[in-house]
Design a protein around this ligand. Structure first.
Ligand SMILES: Cc1ncc(COP(=O)(O)O)c(C=O)c1O
Length: 364
């Protein structure tokens, strides 16, 4: 269609994971475990739910653009409010970063098979999108540094990374950072920060600040609030000031902001979620390996399984679905021989291991 620019025409729309009810209907199942979107299997933070209920009577009023949440985050992280932004999920902020900083001739640089949400957003801007292969399923930071050219404007790094679950250390980042010119903006996507933060190798980017780095975090994962769309970012005030010019004035919504503020204080929920995830990661890693599957060690709330062939990954995904386990095939990320399995409740995890055991012949 002549109205549509070629870089939009060639995009594939974001494919969300399949829903529980849809799978129940299609395969006549009573129990379905959705382990496809790295959500919190415990549901939303109870304190967030309470805060949402309390804010319902004020829904006729416009929200204040995230000011309350920015204030709370600034206090909690010992920053100025000018260094903090809140948005409709971290993807909402990512979208604003792309609109704010990219010009037509600029280029984006990241790893191959990066988080699909970022891929879609960057490609929809019509700029050149360049990638560097993984090294042993980790970001190859030296190779990324060597690919920076005069047109590179944004470098996207997710730590932990989705879909591999791997991390890079502060030392690795610092070595890389030495080669990044100041005119290049680094997006440090820490959507899974809370899951990794107790690993001594994992750098908390709040403990070091660079003027051309924007850190993004979300309430969608450990706080269980993917459905209300709330995320936040930290950066130099000049970056935030310009992002605020571009962002929709009334995002995040009243409910999202209230939920985020309350969730931050829900330490008990955070603790339970972390413990459950640690059990899940341990069980998946051990059990899937015992079946002869390559499992990438993960610091997030999912594991990536690497199969020999794309057909095996497709068949495994399909057969797990028949048994009521929804996992994420990674073809759309650019890894057709891989699948990603999020940790669930203990029962979900046990069911997944049992289902996978019945399919061992498929993967050997
Ligand atoms: C690396 C990464 N960044 C960002 C997001 C999106 O987070 P949000 O729901 O805050 O937009 C995800 C969700 O899967 C993710 O994996």
């Amino acid at each position: 269609m002549a109205l549509v620019p070629p870089y939009i025409e060639s995009l594939r729309p974001y494919e969300a994971g399949r829903g529980i009810e849809e799978v129940q209907r299609e395969f006549h199942l009573t129990r379905v475990s959705k382990l496809a979107s790295n959500e919190n299997p415990l549901g939303p933070s109870p304190l967030a739910l309470e805060a949402i209920s309390k804010s319902l009577p004020a829904l006729h009023l416009y929200p204040n653009g995230g000011l309350d949440l920015r204030r709370v985050l600034a206090e909690q992280f010992d920053l100025k409010i000018e260094n903090v932004i809140a948005g409709s999920g971290s993807e909402g902020i990512m979208s604003n970063i792309i609109r704010t900083f990219l010009c037509d001739e600029d280029e984006v640089l990241t790893t191959e098979a990066a988080f699909i949400g970022f891929q879609v957003l960057a490609k929809s801007r019509g700029v050149k999108y360049r990638t560097v292969p993984y090294r042993d399923w980790h970001y190859d930071l030296p190779a990324l540094a060597s690919h920076i050219n005069d047109r590179t404007k944004i470098i996207y790094l997710a730590n932990p990374n989705n879909p591999t679950g791997t991390i890079f250390s502060k030392h690795e980042f610092d070595e890389f950072y030495k080669d990044v010119p100041e005119r290049v903006l680094i997006i440090l996507d820490e959507a899974y920060f809370e899951y990794a933060k107790d690993n001594p190798r994992y750098p908390d980017s709040m403990h070091y600040r660079y003027d051309n780095v924007i850190t993004l975090r979300t309430f969608s994962k450990i706080y269980g609030l993917a459905g209300v769309r709330i995320g936040y970012g930290f950066a130099h005030e000049d970056l935030i000031k310009n992002l605020l010019k571009v962002k929709l004035p009334f995002e995040p919504s009243t409910l999202a902001q209230a939920a985020g503020i309350a969730a931050l204080a829900d330490k008990e929920f955070l603790h339970r979620s972390l413990e459950l995830n640690a059990r899940g990661l341990q069980l998946f890693t051990r059990s899937f390996r015992e079946l002869g599957i390559t499992v990438i060690p993960s610091d997030a709330n999912f594991v990536m399984l690497v199969l020999a062939r794309a057909e095996q990954a497709a068949q495994l995904t399909r057969e797990l679905l028949v048994q009521g386990i929804i996992v994420r095939p990674l073809g759309s990320f650019g890894l057709p021989n891989c699948i990603r399995v999020s940790t669930g409740t203990d029962e979900d995890n046990q069911r997944s291991v049992e289902a996978m055991s019945k399919l061992a012949a498929l993967v050997s």
